[in-house]
Design a protein. Structure first.
Lengths: 323, 123
């Protein structure tokens, strides 16, 4: 078999390697964090430093050979330092990129067996294959609940990896936030009731429809509502208020739950972070919900913030621009 | 009895769907890769096709293209059932003529059975 070399491919590879904008995009970094761009800047610094050394040199010495030698050594030294700094940067950027890719691939691969597991359990629980005893049904429900939890976690990890790769697709359509909130609350009401929590919905009249990604915003609001329900001890109340303020819609979710300790508040939107009191009340929880919610709201051009007092409750506010 | 061609490379899913759709009164024809799926679609002329996207030998979107290109199969409704939930694949599949696009992790077994039944009611 003959091996055919493709010079065009090599040329393309070379051109790609010196295309700074493309390399920065590959690592998903801004230019000031991009190794290739920094190398270019440091190269300029080396040239300027060499010239400066030369001019300082001729001021103090008449021997051109000594000056040339000093400039040469200084330049080599600076280039070596630059090179090692840039290489470390490049390695870090590559590791971050690979980590994101790894999470994405693993999450995809995990989804298939999880769906299989969930559907087999669904089929067994349905009793259509053969009747299921009460005891078996309890165990099958445990299996179903846990496969759902795992599926939720894998799905969250996939979203996080897409957010980090700046690759989370948004499908913007004209829709009603009022409908979204109503349908979301009707879905989670039974979960809230089971936890002895009352949800009160206060919606201003005649709120306009506007352009946003329905599913993504639904997920963001769901994550906040879910937290509100989970972190109320005993009987509780959640108020959901939707109103218009200037050119934005303002959604407030108030709960009388355990609140967020003051020292944890600055970390609450970080991924995998869970407040110290949250872990005591709820063992379950990945610490991804608020990170995902914040990313979605900000990508939609909105803002999310909160006010919270430990043992009194929290108010999460989402502002979305009407566009 | 209505015929459903189920193009899916996962044996576990073939078994689960074969059983549940069989119980619901459908005849399920299994196909474990894209090429076999396309061949069976031409020869069996099913009433409905459930199609995965990530398939050995021929990608699901190519199967869909092949189905829509032939006069005998272009009107058969196709439900895409996959783990790929990105917009690009959803748009491509719908543009090529898929009837419904379902992401596996978002649905229960019952959701899918209901969707299949609804499809026959529509037709």
């Amino acid at each position: 078999m003959k091996l055919i070399k493709k010079p065009n491919m090599n040329l393309k590879k070379f051109l790609d390697s010196i295309n700074i904008a493309k390399q920065c995009r590959k690592y998903n970094l801004s230019v000031w964090q991009c190794p290739q761009f920094l190398f270019l800047i440091l190269g300029l610094v080396v040239i300027i430093s060499s010239l400066a050394i030369y001019f300082i040199g001729i001021h103090y010495s008449d021997d051109p050979e000594v000056i040339a030698l000093i400039v040469l050594f200084m330049s080599i030294f600076l280039i070596m330092v630059d090179f090692s700094i840039i290489k470390s940067f490049e390695r870090l950027a590559e590791v971050a990129r690979m980590k994101s890719e790894f999470v994405s691939v693993v999450s995809h691969q995990l989804r298939s067996p999880l769906s299989n597991l969930k559907w087999v359990v669904d089929l067994l629980i349905s009793g259509k294959i053969e009747s299921v005893s009460e005891k078996q049904s309890v165990y099958l429900q445990i299996l179903r609940e846990n496969s759902r939890r795992m599926e939720g976690l894998v799905s969250d990890l996939l979203i996080v990896s897409r957010i980090e790769a700046d690759n989370l697709p948004f499908k913007i359509e004209k829709a009603s936030l009022v409908e979204l909130i109503k349908s979301l609350i009707s879905r989670i009401e039974s979960f809230a009731k089971a936890s002895n929590i009352e949800i009160e919905l206060i919606i201003e009249e005649n709120l306009p429809e506007f352009f946003f990604d329905y599913q993504k915003i639904e997920q963001a609001v769901n994550n906040i509502l879910d937290n509100a329900i989970r972190y109320i001890k005993g009987n509780g109340k959640i108020e959901v208020i939707l109103k218009k303020e200037a050119n934005k819609l303002c959604l407030e979710i108030k709960d009388n739950g355990v609140g967020i300790p003051k020292e944890d508040q600055k970390y609450i939107f970080q991924k995998f972070f869970r407040a110290s009191n949250a872990s005591k009340i709820q063992a379950q929880g990945s610490g991804l919900g608020l990170y995902i919610a914040k990313s979605i709201i900000e990508k939609s051009g909105g803002k999310i913030y909160f006010v919270s007092r430990e043992n009194e409750g929290s108010v999460f506010t989402i502002n979305l621009p009407i566009k | 009895m209505k015929k459903i061609l189920f193009i899916e490379d996962e044996a576990a899913l073939q078994k689960t769907f074969g059983d549940i759709l069989g119980i619901e009164g459908f005849r399920v024809i299994p196909a474990i890769d894209g090429e076999i799926g396309l061949r069976l679609a031409y020869s069996e002329q099913p009433d409905l096709i459930i199609l995965d996207l990530v398939l050995p030998r021929l990608h699901g979107l190519e199967v869909l293209r092949g189905l829509k290109e032939k006069k005998e199969t272009c009107d058969i409704p196709v439900i895409i059932l996959t783990n790929l939930g990105d917009l690009e694949n959803i748009e491509k599949a719908l543009q090529l003529g898929a009837t419904t696009y379902m992401v596996k992790s978002d649905h229960t077994l019952n959701d899918i059975v209901e969707k299949v039944k609804k499809q026959f009611l529509i037709n």
